[in-house]
Ligand binder design. Structure first.
Ligand SMILES: [Zn+2]
Length: 239
């Protein structure tokens, strides 16, 4: 955080002229989406940055500091910083995290790995032992707030979180199917996305091959098709 603060002081130094440097308080905040606020109150500057940016590269942080300080002072944003931040905010991973934050962070943020029927932490540990020699580091595992129908799971790399649809937390759903959805998301930890012609591919051939190692792969595929038919969604899937 000290580095981030330095970027803000730097921005005040460049944009604020001879006003002298203010006291700056910078914190990350779990906003619903990629948003930030900057306010001046009794001579002190309060900055709240979306926690999506927490692990962004230093040049992005610096650019963001200049964007926000320019906004506060009513100055023109230096084009180079404007561009750097804009490009960052449009990268697929950031947009994805932003979407997930918007969808998932309603009124209540805290969710839990322990559902009514299944415990995601336990299932993760079992799958990790069986398929990954316990080599995967445990991300945050959580049930979704709402019973999402078409997307059954997703892995958010920026927040190191796997979210599983609450619709699967039921004794009506076989344990191996929930495991399959978690397994799919665990493969996203193992397999990095590949860039091909400027597009990002998450489900590479190697990913799909690995997915077939799941003991009940065929049953899981049939169950997916069945869900899709019942719910009349084009295709239920793990994202
Ligand atoms: Zn996927």
């Amino acid at each position: 955080m000290t580095d981030v603060k330095k970027f803000f002081l730097d921005a005040f130094h460049h944009l604020g002229g001879n006003r002298g440097l203010p006291v700056v308080d910078v914190r990350f905040y779990p906003y619903a989406g990629l948003r930030h606020t900057i306010r001046l109150r009794s001579g002190q500057v309060y900055v709240r940055l979306s926690d999506i940016c927490k692990n962004s590269p230093p040049e992005v942080m610096r650019a963001l500091a200049f964007v926000l300080v320019a906004r506060l002072l009513g100055k023109k944003i230096p084009p180079v910083h404007d561009r750097t931040y804009r490009e960052y905010s449009l990268t697929p991973e950031v947009m994805r995290s932003s979407d997930i934050a918007r969808r998932g962070r309603g009124r209540k943020m805290i969710s839990s790995a322990r559902g009514n029927s299944y415990d995601l932490d336990k299932m993760f540990a079992k799958l990790n032992r069986r398929y990954f020699d316990s080599s995967l580091e445990k991300p945050t595992l959580t049930w979704s707030q709402r019973k999402t129908r078409s997307i059954l799971g997703h892995h958010d790399r920026v927040h190191d979180t796997i979210v599983i649809s609450k619709s699967l937390d039921s004794t009506q759903v076989p344990e191996w199917f929930v495991e399959f959805i978690i397994y799919h998301e665990m493969l996203h930890i193992r397999h990095a996305a590949r860039m091909i012609n400027g597009r990002r591919y998450y489900h590479t051939a190697a990913f799909r091959l690995d997915e077939r190692r799941f003991a009940k792969y065929d049953q899981a595929q049939r169950w997916l098709e069945q869900i899709a038919r019942q719910r009349r969604v084009p295709r239920a899937r793990a994202a």
